[in-house]
Design a protein around this ligand. Structure first.
Ligand SMILES: [Mn+2]
Length: 320
């Protein structure tokens, strides 16, 4: 357990700015709001401002989420303390100018690549989430539902609902403690992780309907043309999660989901259960890359052209 406590850095402090990375996700938003509510409760006279690029609608259940400053305009010239969460200070967008001016800075993060960009740093690479770290550094005696909800949110989203390998015994113990504060956790998990819009469900359905199995049913591939995506008034972000869902087909080791872009290019998403290193496949295409179990690249031409390039590369690894 850590001896790092955020209270050690609040003596004489009157103004605090909190921020996280651009395009904030559940962990970024949850850690910022969890810290915000803790500080507001522990130090009622403290001025605390949260700066984030935007907040997706699905997080509207978090108390005071409408108070998040998305314009980065503030009447505070220089903040006494800046708390940078779930990010290096170089990835917080317009908040970096506020960070640079602040009297003191604290950086709390769980990303391996973060070597510490604050005056004081609490970086724990193995931790499930920045939210788990916020839980560890605050005074637990003040924990309540308002603080617990955002912290639980980030733990859910960054662990894929307590599934990814970063989920530890301590993660579950913290989640278990948070659950005792009485919020509707099944609804919370659906809202931030499982719920899809009707359009997203339609796209998923069409992708699965179009899917074909290859190589003794060990590989699954599917395609959605750009015209279909346009006809459903979908955004390309609505296609997230399709390749992962395809990979969950029983017996399948590797999935290949392709969708057309308006300019004739194709976006390719590859997912694997670990039997195939899809980053090696994506890297053979200029600009492609990713991780062993999740990677992507772009290829011009028809879907048949994409299959001609991709399928032999997948087959070669499946034969090993
Ligand atoms: Mn995170």
């Amino acid at each position: 357990m850590t001896t790092f406590k955020i209270d050690d850095y609040l003596k004489g402090v009157q103004t605090v700015a909190i921020s996280g990375h651009i395009r904030p996700d559940g962990d970024c938003i949850g850690s910022c709001m969890g810290m915000y509510h803790y500080l507001k409760k522990a130090y009622p006279a403290l001025r605390v401002d949260v700066f984030l690029e935007d907040v997706p609608d699905c997080f509207s259940y978090i108390k005071d989420i409408d108070k998040v400053n998305t314009t980065y305009e503030t009447d505070v010239e220089v903040y006494d303390l800046f708390i940078c969460l779930d990010s290096v200070k170089d990835r917080i967008g317009k908040a970096e100018a506020i960070f640079d001016k602040a009297r003191h800075t604290v950086n709390i993060d769980h990303h391996v690549s973060n070597t510490g960009t604050g005056e004081v740093n609490y970086i724990v690479p193995g931790a499930s989430s920045a939210c788990e770290l916020v839980y560890r550094v605050i005074d637990r005696a003040l924990m309540d539902e308002t603080i617990a909800v955002p912290i639980y949110t980030g733990m859910v989203t960054d662990t894929g609902v307590f599934k990814y390998s970063s989920t530890s015994k301590e993660t579950m113990e913290i989640a278990g403690d948070l659950m005792t504060y009485g919020f509707d956790f099944p609804q919370l998990i659906d809202s931030v992780f499982f719920e899809k819009t009707f359009v997203q469900q339609r796209l998923m359905g069409e992708a699965l309907t179009n899917a074909v199995l290859y190589f003794d049913d060990q590989c699954i591939a599917s395609f959605l043309p750009a015209e279909r995506i346009t006809a459903l008034h979908a955004a390309f972000s609505d296609l997230e999660g399709i390749a992962s869902q395809m990979k969950l087909t029983k017996g399948v080791h590797c999935s290949l989901f392709v969708y057309g872009l308006p300019d004739g290019d194709n976006k390719i998403s590859l997912r694997s259960d670990g039997c195939v290193d899809v980053s090696k496949i994506a890297q053979t295409i200029p600009g492609g890359g990713g991780h062993a179990r999740a990677a992507g690249c772009n290829i011009k031409g028809s879907y048949e052209d994409v299959l001609k390039v991709m399928l032999p590369l997948i087959e070669a690894q499946l034969k090993k």
